[in-house]
Design a protein around this ligand. Structure first.
Ligand SMILES: Nc1ncnc2c1ncn2[C@@H]1O[C@H](COP(=O)(O)OP(=O)(O)OP(=O)(O)O)[C@@H](O)[C@H]1O
Ligand SMILES: [Mg+2]
Length: 339
């Protein structure tokens, strides 16, 4: 049976051929003994371990539900492969040093950092790197206190909540205020660093924020920089990707563009990308919310007679065209604050 074979490579394979010569020496005495029982040519079943972890399911979901982000997806797969190989190595008595998986996610607003962090937590859980796989998302205010002596306990409290999962610190550079030497942020950083080092097998810390400000932050905090092995940069989406993301978002809510609305939204994206406060996929989500609002009002204003299910699902061009973005394109300087 598949399932039996999967688990048999370490133990039973070893007992059958235990007189085999000791494999390549390990520097650790205990490891050498463990390696002694499994011969070098013992078969290992990485595929089985992969199947067993169910991680493919999450990777597929990642591919399906997240548009673009090629380099990020590749890094996630590489990380999964590393953890998987480590697990199989442990099974045959080889040392597998706990890799440091703390990360930084840099990129502009709405490029998918929070979304990917959630998926990462799930993947780390399936690969048994963390016990629970939940994500605790915080900003400076939840880590740093107002008064002397408040910060360390506050940070520890959050770390406790995140243990067994992922701690996501958004806009992490606010932890460091270079203009204020006595800022309590540095106390939070110290507390974080200790746990990131000593309990790295039970928590993964992800720092997120704009790239230039994170770079600056790491320059000012070399201790933090040296503990973060994985730096992932989230690129801005192209107009094409934004359209694809929008279609996915509509689909999720059982809406769709009429063919004309699809074309109008394409134009909308081009214009919106040049406007202030553009925030990638988040701007798309907001634009679709407003389109839904206009659609509802249109249906309502029409008296609601003779409507079909299809009407309830369809966003028409006029629902997009009414956006301020089109008016501003003709010279009207109205503000486009979104949130
Ligand atoms: N590649 C993608 N495919 C599909 N949807 C996406 C993608 N990237 C982001 N989204 C969606 O866009 C929204 C914003 O994404 P998210 O919150 O992850 O971005 P962020 O980088 O954390 O932004 P911020 O810096 O503003 O916190 C979410 O609703 C998310 O589902
Ligand atoms: Mg976010």
């Amino acid at each position: 049976m598949e399932a039996e074979r999967r688990y048999s490579f370490g133990r039973s394979g070893a007992s059958a051929r235990s007189e085999e010569p000791v494999p390549e020496a390990e520097d650790d005495q205990g490891q050498e003994e463990a390696a002694h029982v499994v011969p070098d040519d013992a078969p290992v079943d990485i595929e089985g371990a992969f199947r067993d972890s169910n991680v493919q399911e999450v990777l597929d979901k990642l591919d399906r539900e997240l548009v673009g982000l090629k380099p990020i997806k590749t890094r996630i797969k590489e990380t999964a492969a590393l953890l998987l190989v480590d697990r199989v190595r442990t099974d045959v008595g080889l040392p597998a040093a706990v890799p440091s998986l703390h990360m930084s996610f840099t990129g502009n607003p709405g490029t998918g950092k929070t979304t990917v962090a959630l998926r990462m937590a799930e993947i780390l859980h399936r690969l048994e790197y963390v016990r629970k796989g939940h994500l605790v998302s915080v900003t400076r205010d939840q880590l740093v206190g107002q008064y002397i002596g408040h910060t360390a306990p506050k940070t520890r409290e959050i770390l406790k909540k995140a243990m067994g999962g992922v701690l996501f610190i958004d806009e992490a550079y606010y932890l460091h205020r270079p203009d204020n030497e006595r800022d309590y942020g540095s106390e939070a950083i110290e507390t974080l660093l200790q746990v990131m080092e000593n309990q790295r097998d039970d928590i993964v810390v992800i720092l997120a924020g704009y790239k230039d400000r994170m770079d600056q932050f790491f320059q000012n905090n070399p201790g933090m920089h040296s503990r973060i092995a994985h730096h992932m940069d989230f690129p801005d989406y192209t107009a094409e990707e934004l359209l694809e993301i929008s279609n996915l978002m509509l689909e999720e809510q059982q809406y769709r563009f009429s063919p004309e609305a699809g074309e109008t939204f394409r134009e909308y994206i081009e214009l919106r990308m040049k406007r202030p406060n553009f925030s990638n996929a988040r701007s798309m989500r907001n634009a679709l919310e407003r389109a839904r609002l206009r659609q509802a009002n249109r249906l309502f204003a029409g008296g609601g007679k003779g409507l079909t299910k299809k009407d309830l699902m369809t966003i028409e061009a006029e629902d997009i065209r009414a956006s301020r973005v089109f008016q501003e394109a003709t010279g009207d300087g109205e503000d486009t604050h979104e949130r």
